[in-house]
Write a protein that binds this ligand. Structure first.
Ligand code: PLP
Length: 361
């Protein structure tokens, strides 16, 4: 992902920011909830707001225990560190966040190798997992973990169907692997599919949920699993410097998000669908119909690369992100209104009409 850069310093300010749902900002009400938080020393297990958030998320997910962490990346890395030993192999989709966006941490911190699996929209089939499993022996690395992303980010916010999730988890368990779900946008998946959180997570040994995406909190993620997993995870939290002090201020924002920002995720999904419909009418754009809050659009037919397209949009006050050579992403979240969506469609239509693109770089 490339950070937004402004090619023209005199460009107008950003009018619509669809760069990412991570650009969601805490609302006034969320800030008020943070101010009122009851807090203590999180590292010692004495922060009541953190403790009740962890209990609540563990119960939602049907897990024995949970832990509060500063980021989703730390949830993924701690899970890998607990499930695996150096030299192990981890199975994950080739587009997954642990491969592409965590600074090489699985190798650098856990000493594991990732076997990238292929499949459309960030998901893989049961047969693909079956083919990737090898017989255990002296020559092979132990395969100890299978990871999925729900929803799949680079897969366009696609939702893993429950049966497919259960199938790949069951096969992994039968082969002696643990299962880990990167639930950065888990609640987008449950809202879109109508599947309950507990059911969605049932076959997964560890699962986490990010509060900084569509849920609109300023920081924080919760990692859940069985008690032995969370006990082991606490040592890594301490080692990595992820144990905090009065973290209840952050946890209060997450509690607020669970109370107020989950059911409204369907508004984001509706707006993403409207954005996709609007863009689908613009000649030359190939839009993937969104399942959740992320809209992916290929600009290759404009004889343009994604970075050029995004730079032109930014000059018109619309922030988007570059997700591939010709792939552009728009993320919808709680600070984005219906009018913002219409304005985004207008800006993009105007740019394409003017057709400033002359070459495919
Ligand atoms: C954002 C994201 C992460 C990392 O979460 P942070 O809280 O930004 O560290 C991991 N996986 C996926 C799929 C994500 O979209």
């Amino acid at each position: 992902m490339v950070a937004p850069t402004r090619p023209d310093p005199t460009a107008p300010p950003i009018r619509v920011n669809l760069y990412s749902d991570t650009h969601s900002r805490p609302t006034v009400e969320m800030r008020a909830a943070m101010m009122e938080a009851d807090v203590g020393d999180e590292q010692m297990g004495l922060d009541p707001t953190v403790n009740s958030l962890c209990d609540r998320v563990a119960a939602m997910m049907g897990k024995e225990a949970a832990m509060f962490l500063p980021s989703g990346t730390m949830c993924n890395e701690i899970a890998i560190l607990v499930h695996c030993r150096p030299g192990d192999d981890v199975l994950a989709h080739e587009s997954s966040h642990i491969i592409g966006a965590e600074g090489g941490a699985p190798a650098a911190l856990a000493g594991v190798r990732i076997q990238p699996l292929t499949g459309p929209r960030g998901m893989f089939e049961l047969a693909t997992v079956r083919e990737a499993l090898y017989s255990r022996g002296r020559y092979t690395a132990p395969q100890t973990l299978l990871c999925v992303e729900q929803t799949s980010n680079v897969g366009g916010g696609a939702v893993w169907p429950l049966a497919q999730l259960q199938d790949v988890a069951e096969l992994s368990h039968a082969a002696g692997l643990a299962t880990h779900m990167d639930g950065a946008r888990l609640l987008n998946a449950t809202e879109a599919s109508g599947v309950g959180v507990g059911v969605m997570c049932a076959a997964w040994d560890s699962v986490w949920l990010d509060f900084t995406k569509g849920l609109g909190a300023p920081m924080g993620a919760v990692l859940a699993g069985d008690s032995a997993f969370i006990d082991a995870a606490w040592r890594w939290k301490q080692r990595l410097g992820g144990a905090m002090r009065q973290a209840g201020f952050a946890a209060a924002a997450c509690q607020y998000a669970l109370d107020h920002n989950v059911r409204r995720l369907k508004d984001d999904h509706r707006r993403a669908a409207r954005l996709a419909d609007g863009l689908a009418e613009v000649p030359g754009l190939q839009v993937t119909p969104p399942e959740t809050n992320l809209v992916y659009c290929d600009v290759s037919q404009l004889r343009c690369d994604a970075a050029t397209f995004v730079a032109h949009a930014l000059n018109e006050g619309l922030a988007l992100s570059v997700m591939g050579r010709t792939l552009v992403r728009a993320g919808v979240y709680l600070n984005i209104s219906d009018q913002d969506i219409e304005l985004a469609v207008q800006i993009i239509s105007r740019i394409v009409e003017r057709n400033p693109f002359s070459r495919l770089t």
